[in-house]
Design a protein around this ligand. Structure first.
Ligand code: WQD
Length: 339
């Protein structure tokens, strides 16, 4: 049975990827320091799949803490989710972001080399395209200048992994550039559970719908888009998770480093998402129009063709599916995992 290590596997994308991997017949090992997640997720994964992943509550940046994972398990590949990911926080605490996100990656690479593990899938982000590239964004475009330290860590880690793949002939690296993951597993047992006030649109919408917040503030409606609000490429987290299974299979037959967009190729505006959510949930979402948020771009969406062509993967779930599943998670877990 092929065994895959998920660093940060108790988080939003990691936990959903764990389900997709176990559904595809893989064994899963999770290493997570629970900085931005809860260990109850492991119980939920067992509830969903009938299998309990091995779990290590460790700091992946610490080689001494990471060593036992590779000593106790025959790891065939690694998917690296672990990292700080709050854009605004990264502006306030740049050194913590560079230290944590780069150190986890470097320690992981060194430990994998010692253990002879050669498949590395990385949780990257569309944010590395920066502000200069036109939509739809394609993998052949040059990376742009990021607007925050979080984005720069993703861009730097892509460079580290690309250089490592050049230096280590047996290493296969797949860089997955996520667009806007939303939704939840249809069971409603796992989902997006941000700490504090949500930065991202969908968790804010669901917290308004469940009565935790009075209203949504739409950050500007004076952009150069059809309804004036920003457009993004929202992708169902289960489609995203299934993309990781395909990426692992690709890494098995290839070496070097390869980049893939994981998006739908279809943008929706903030107001389109709000209205789709109200239709899918039957719950009104009161909102006001506020000021623009610093750093926001009018448009960000993917050219999703390469993943279809090369990985044999494309998204299947609709915006309505994303809204329905987000609501199912939040309405069944009004206070998230800390309910
Ligand atoms: C989407 C749209 C907001 C909240 C971020 C990160 C990116 C990636 C995905 C990690 C924007 C608007 C939001 C609210 C709003 N994360 N909005 N009111 O900014 O596209 O991407 O998450 O990789 O790196 O930057 O996603 O969900 O924050 O915003 O109007 O309360 O919703 O202005 O137009 P974003 P988002």
């Amino acid at each position: 049975m092929s065994k895959i290590l998920l660093t940060g596997g108790a988080g939003f994308i990691g936990s959903h990827t764990a389900v997709a991997l176990m559904d595809a017949g893989y064994d899963v090992v999770i290493a997570d320091n629970l900085y931005n997640s809860e260990d109850v997720v492991i119980d939920r994964l067992e509830q969903i799949t009938g299998k309990r992943p091995a779990f290590y509550a460790i700091d992946v940046a610490d080689a001494d803490q990471l060593a036992p994972v590779f000593a106790e398990h025959d790891i065939d590949g690694v998917i690296h989710f672990a990292g700080y990911k709050a854009v605004g926080e990264s502006v306030q605490k740049p050194l913590a972001y560079y230290r944590n996100n780069l150190d986890t990656t470097l320690t992981l690479l060194e430990t994998m080399a010692q253990a002879g593990v050669n498949r590395f899938v990385f949780s990257s982000s569309a944010t590395v395209y920066g502000e200069e590239n036109p939509c739809p964004l394609t993998e052949t475009m040059p990376k742009g200048s990021c607007s925050n330290p979080y984005g720069w860590t993703k861009s730097m880690i892509e460079q580290i992994l690309t250089d490592a793949a050049k230096a280590i002939p047996s290493l296969s690296v797949v860089l997955l550039r996520y667009f806007n993951p939303i939704g939840a597993h249809p069971s409603g047992l796992i989902g997006e559970d941000p700490q504090g006030i949500p930065n991202n649109l969908m968790p804010f919408i669901t917290q308004v719908a469940v009565g935790k917040r009075p209203q949504l503030t739409v950050f500007g409606d004076d952009y150069d888009t059809p309804d004036g609000t920003c457009r993004r490429d929202y992708i169902h987290v289960m489609d995203l998770a299934e993309g990781h299974v395909k990426a692992l299979e690709y890494a098995k037959g290839n070496t070097g480093a390869e980049v893939f967009n994981l998006g739908t190729g279809t943008p929706y505006s903030v107001l389109e998402v709000v209205h789709a959510f109200e239709e899918a949930s039957g719950v009104p979402v009161p909102y006001v129009i506020g000021e623009r948020r610093a750093g926001d771009l009018a448009d960000v969406w993917a050219d999703a063709d390469k993943a279809d062509r090369v990985l044999g993967w494309k998204t299947k779930r609709t915006l309505q599916d994303m809204c329905r599943d987000s609501w199912n998670w939040q309405s069944n877990n009004p206070s998230g995992y800390r309910g």
